[in-house]
Design a protein around this ligand. Structure first.
Ligand SMILES: *[C@@H]1O[C@H](CO)[C@@H](O)[C@H](O)[C@H]1NC(C)=O
Ligand SMILES: *[C@@H]1O[C@H](CO)[C@@H](O)[C@H](O)[C@H]1NC(C)=O
Ligand SMILES: *[C@@H]1O[C@H](CO)[C@@H](O)[C@H](O)[C@H]1NC(C)=O
Ligand SMILES: *[C@@H]1O[C@H](CO)[C@@H](O)[C@H](O)[C@H]1NC(C)=O
Ligand SMILES: *[C@@H]1O[C@H](CO)[C@@H](O)[C@H](O)[C@H]1NC(C)=O
Ligand SMILES: [Zn+2]
Length: 314
């Protein structure tokens, strides 16, 4: 019981601050000011920050094959919890899932997943791909199993945490039923501090299952305070798709204020700005599609067309 409580405390610590608070929308506490309260968030300290822009300057690494995601394909027993912590909507999962392989240096125990999203302009992912920002990004947070449940120890280990990043794109025709399991619960956690129980479901239903061997890999940080340099990032290349309605359940339905606060404050644009890769290596997995400059031009043109066509949508 004690271990479980400790874990819950430290898991909250990943997306919650412990001294002072951080925010995304006010000058004194937004991502550019995090370093004042959380020294390791300061961009001058270290060259390890996340997120980054993923571009054609990465190199192929033929040893990076699909990760092994233990327990992701079945519904676990027990109970999960969805929570609004004032910075994101977080799904705390129970024990039973582990991540390994794909060049990861160890086995990692899955702790939680959460989301980053934008505003009506549909800009919300943390990592960008050739400068493009998808509307949302999901982070599945895992800690090195040998440290479990001591997250402090994991955050002091340069490879103590493995985060799987999944881009989320919007396409009306591709309504995701599995995503509805979560997005339909968002109104129940609209306000900061609210929690709701979630019946466990296979996490694989939230992943781009046909394209799991296509990803990017680099070493970086947590994208929320304390910005620990402890993360082995795996960012999947191919997004999952949700509908506009599902996106708006986050963009226009989540508050960083508590229930009854006046005025109430919507939580949106909860993503950190892009950081330089400096001398870090960014790898493309064996099956990832490396971005070429020719592809870039065609891609940018399509994006531009899409943004004109979509400009009128909520
Ligand atoms: C490829 O990735 C593996 C695992 O991360 C790493 O040990 C190896 O050094 C990388 N290979 C190259 C050529 O950089
Ligand atoms: C998005 O637009 C809707 C309708 O115009 C508005 O009610 C909502 O506050 C907007 N959300 C954000 C985050 O700007
Ligand atoms: C957790 O790890 C930290 C850093 O290694 C250590 O100082 C602390 O004693 C550990 N806590 C527990 C409860 O083992
Ligand atoms: C996803 O993988 C399938 C094969 O499993 C492939 O045909 C398709 O091109 C991939 N999609 C993208 C966007 O790379
Ligand atoms: C796009 O990139 C892929 C993979 O690098 C390459 O095979 C393809 O020829 C490129 N397309 C164009 C139009 O250059
Ligand atoms: Zn995150």
């Amino acid at each position: 019981m004690k271990i479980v409580q400790t874990l819950f405390f430290f898991t909250a610590f990943i997306t919650n601050s412990y001294t002072g608070d951080f925010c995304y929308d006010e000058e004194h506490c937004n991502p550019y000011s995090w370093g004042d309260t959380f020294p390791s968030c300061h961009p001058i300290i270290g060259e390890h920050h996340s997120p980054i822009n993923l571009d054609h300057q990465m190199s192929r690494n033929l040893s990076l094959e699909a990760l092994k995601l233990e327990g992701f394909g079945t519904a676990q027993t027990g109970e999960w919890t969805l929570k609004n912590n004032g910075h994101s909507v977080v799904l705390q999962v129970g024990l039973g899932m582990e991540v390994r392989g794909g060049g990861l240096p160890a086995d990692y125990t899955t702790l939680q997943l959460h989301f980053h999203w934008g505003s009506n302009s549909t800009n919300g992912a943390e990592h960008t791909v050739n400068g493009r920002r998808y509307p949302m990004e999901m982070h599945i947070v895992n800690m090195k199993t040998v440290h479990y449940p001591n997250l402090t120890a994991a955050m002091e280990d340069p490879t103590g945490i493995a985060v799987l990043g999944v881009f989320i794109d919007v396409a009306e025709a591709r309504l995701s039923d599995s995503f509805s399991l979560l997005s339909n619960l968002v109104p129940a956690v609209a306000y900061k501090g609210k929690t709701v129980r979630v019946k466990p479901f296979p996490l694989s239903s939230l992943l781009p299952m046909n394209n799991m061997s296509q990803y990017y890999r680099y070493h970086g940080s947590l994208t929320t305070p304390p910005c620990s340099k402890a993360v082995v990032w795996t960012v999947y290349e191919v997004p999952i798709y949700i509908s506009y309605k599902q996106l708006s359940q986050f963009v226009s339905g989540v508050y960083h204020s508590e229930e009854g606060a006046h005025p109430s404050a919507l939580l949106y644009n909860n993503f950190r700005h892009i950081h330089d890769t400096f001398s870090r290596k960014v790898y493309a997995s064996t099956d990832a599609t490396l971005l070429s400059s020719a592809n870039l031009t065609v891609h940018s043109l399509l994006l531009c067309l899409a943004s004109v066509l979509c400009a009128g949508l909520p």
